[in-house]
Design a protein around this ligand. Sequence first.
Ligand code: CO8
Length: 256
Amino acid sequence: MSLDLSTRDGVAVLTIDRQDALNALNFSLIGQFSKLIDEVASLDVRGLLITGAGDKAFCAGADIKELIGRDLMAQRRGAEAGQAAFAKIAALEIPSVALINGYAFGGGLEMALACTFRLAVPSAKVGLPEIKLGLIPGYGGTQRLPRLIGEGRALEMIMTGRTVDAAEAERIGLVNRIVAGDDPMAAALAFLGEMTRYGLPALAFAKQAVSRALDLPIHEGLKVEADLSTLAYRTEDADEGLAAFVEKRKPTFRDR
Ligand code: CO8
């Protein structure tokens, strides 16, 4: 049972490896996960990719066996710890991708929802099946899923607990793309590479502006956009990008 953090092509790769329980997250793993996201934030990397070990599961959710017989304060602390860990992914300045390489259920899908993007292999299956356990999602699913796919579709998934396959997940915008072929990791790194060649300040401003938009009325969101786009003009990368266009050459961004 472990979480593995490595780097590949300038990207942090975090692998959940608890294959005998379909990479389900127990409380100890959630604690380790949270610390590793702090570590990712301090690394000199241009993106984060999260995936599950093996070819069966991304993550089958919270460890159901650990949820039995705990007092309510412990359950609440558990939900808050999971929410806080996943909020750290969402707050990263760099883009993050969940490579859903199999089952992503419950807390596993909630982890993927906290990432900037979701990619899925053709055989992936996702869902929020907590209702079948007499529960509701507790690691951010009721908040992030409707923001991503709309209230009606989110409530249908949450209130039926039904499993959604990769094709439907892509159709409803729950995953950005299906990655076919025999090397999904390489495809996911190439997907991240489409954006990580640009300057990190602009990428971070874009991410921040869009995520703030979801929490604000539009007139306030437009102020946030004006603030952040003005900050972008102040970067050396903007000087370089604008000059490179006029000089008909490729820009060299330096993340400044
Ligand atoms: N927790 C613990 N063990 C699990 C989990 C899990 N979530 N999922 C699978 N496992 C274990 C199984 O018990 C089994 O172990 P064993 O071999 O010892 O019996 C092993 O993994 C393999 O699983 P299956 O034999 O069931 O494999 P199948 O291929 O037949 O089925 C499924 C795969 C469909 C994914 C099935 O395993 C399943 O339905 N798993 C549960 C999925 C689920 O309900 N996830 C949501 C969990 S609740 C949650 O995430 C709430 C988050 C908020 C909590 C708030 C905290 C306070």
